[in-house]
Design a protein around this ligand. Structure first.
Ligand code: GTP
Ligand code: IMP
Ligand code: MG
Length: 340
């Protein structure tokens, strides 16, 4: 297998956390490395009724045998990271690239108080935008300068490339989604960095020639938090009627809900260089398929949707999620379910 990048294809919150966790149990990587922006992300993973929300450590942490790395491109809020390490008891496995830029209180304050960021853009208030700006001005401090991070410091890029040299499996985990990429999203209603697969590879220090698989994650009903265009958005009443409302992991804000968008999905798959698609929320399309493990047991409605969507996107749909639980998935990559 080698290296697999997992990124969001819509506006974030596609369920990357759950997909990363599944691929980890199935592929047994020695390293799961997090790229992406910073603690503005919120990944949710549900395992046997227990729900975890993480913002900094890779969501693959539920798979116990991988080293958990944070790539140099990621903005680190030491308080968030240290509290997550404590919460999940993962001190031994975590490594932070010594070059990560640090989010300080002043960045969080500015993110919350600047009306352009907090109101016009609707930022998460986690300090990511102001810290990214300071990083570009070259005034941020690096992880190597933060005493509390000393036990975790590493050269994440070197570790990952060595694992690939040894033909081990590695998962490179993105955050956010294509529609809020600084370059390819709906500017200015975007986050502070690109969110595509190429950026994730750069964040963790892996060159483009070393990427084997790129899995783009979509959800049957895309969602968006914060401001900005959302072409297929439905009304709150429609979402309520369909019982598909959602709330943000980090902010608790209600997510705007939309209909499946084939045009955006195809464009996003193209720029991400998708080799596979993971789709979540099939149970939202048809509650009868909740928890289904076999493709043949899916309903005609869901199969018809999948056939059409696969044709529209032009990339094989290999991971079909039938509920929020880790085990609620159909893996068509020819692997068996290791965690069921
Ligand atoms: P960001 O990195 O913040 O973009 O988040 P994410 O992509 O990891 O997604 P997040 O966890 O924020 O949101 C996805 C939500 O959908 C979570 O509450 C998951 O538990 C849930 N989820 C994942 N897969 C499925 C599925 O197949 N069906 C249903 N109903 N929910 C799912
Ligand atoms: P920022 O990344 O906090 O600066 O927020 C900029 C925009 O990106 C806002 O519209 C946020 O709601 C959105 N955003 C940032 N992180 C996420 C995420 O993890 N999921 C969904 N939207 C996000
Ligand atoms: Mg999220």
């Amino acid at each position: 297998m080698g290296s697999t990048i997992i990124v969001g294809g819509f506006f974030g919150d596609e369920g990357k956390g759950k997909i990363v966790a599944h691929v980890a149990f199935a592929d047994k990587p020695t390293i799961i490395a997090r790229g992406g922006i910073g603690p503005n992300a919120g990944h949710t993973i549900e395992v046997r009724g227990q729900k975890f929300g993480v913002r900094m450590i890779p969501s693959g942490f539920v798979y116990a045998n991988a080293r958990l790395l944070i790539g140099a491109g990621v903005l680190v809020d030491p308080r968030v990271l240290l509290s997550e390490i404590e919460l999940v008891g993962e001190a031994k496995r975590v490594g932070v690239d010594h070059r990560c830029a640090i989010i300080e209180q002043k960045h969080i304050t500015l993110d919350k108080e600047d009306p352009h960021l907090s109101r016009t853009i609707g930022s998460t208030g986690t300090g990511c935008g102001p810290a990214a700006a300071d990083r570009a001005r070259r005034t941020t401090i690096q992880a190597s300068e933060v005493q509390e991070l000393a036990p975790f410091l590493t050269d994440a890029a070197a570790e990952i490339n060595q694992a690939l040299n040894a033909e081990e499996n590695v998962i490179l985990e993105g955050s956010q989604g294509f529609g809020i990429s600084l370059y390819y999203g709906f500017f200015p209603y975007v986050t502070s960095k690109d969110t595509t697969a190429s950026q994730i590879a750069a964040d963790v220090g892996v060159g483009p020639t070393r990427i084997d698989e790129t899995i783009v994650v979509f959800k049957t009903f895309p969602t968006r938090v914060g401001e900005g265009p959302f072409e297929t958005q439905m009304s709150e009443e429609e979402a309520k009627k369909l019982q598909i409302e959602e709330f943000g992991t980090v902010t608790g804000r209600p997510r705007r809900i939309g209909w499946w968008d084939p045009k955006m999905a195809a464009y996003s798959a193209m720029i991400n260089g998708a080799t596979q698609v993971a789709i979540t929320g099939l149970d939202k399309l048809d509650p009868n398929v909740r928890g289904v493990h076999e493709y043949d047991d899916l309903s005609t409605k869901v199969k018809t949707f999948l056939r059409q969507a696969e044709e529209e996107v032009g990339v094989p749909f290999t991971l079909l999620s039938t509920g929020p639980e880790l085990a609620e998935i159909i893996d068509l990559r020819g692997e068996k379910l290791y965690h069921a």
